[in-house]
Design a protein around this ligand. Structure first.
Ligand SMILES: [Zn+2]
Length: 134
């Protein structure tokens, strides 16, 4: 479960992400796609944070998609169709937003201190409730 407690910090992280896209992405279509991916990521984090877990060890965000019933682990690379097609996806946008938020936020409780969020040692492909996790 992922919950953004400091909305102010998160808002700043979002604004920074959008301005970074504006400043660094030259292709207009790619720029539009990243802006959309970031907007979707923000909405998903707010509405479906219950289905996300931050993996502190490899700094990745685990996202369970209710739509595709797939689990995506994103830290710059992703397993979704959009990523395979070289298109920005909200998983990567969300992962980046959460990473920067956690780095920025001086929260006393970090995800790595919450035991139930820790990945188990055998974190390789396994089935959990009919879902294959890679
Ligand atoms: Zn993705």
């Amino acid at each position: 479960m992922l919950q953004i407690e400091n909305k102010q910090t998160f808002g700043k992280v979002i604004a920074d992400a959008l301005s970074k896209v504006e400043l660094t992405v030259t292709d207009a279509q790619t720029k539009r796609r990243w802006v959309r991916a970031i907007a979707r990521a923000v909405a998903e984090i707010e509405e479906n944070g219950n289905f996300m877990s931050w993996m502190a060890e490899d700094k990745s965000l685990l996202i369970w998609s209710q739509k595709t019933d797939g689990v995506y682990s994103s830290n710059g690379i992703c397993q979704c169709r959009a990523f395979l097609q070289g298109v920005p996806c909200f998983h990567r946008a969300a992962s980046r937003l959460v990473r920067i938020y956690l780095e920025t936020e001086d929260a006393p409780v970090q995800a790595e201190e919450i035991t139930y969020l820790k990945p188990t040692i055998e974190h390789k492909a396994e089935r959990v409730g009919g879902i294959r996790i890679n």
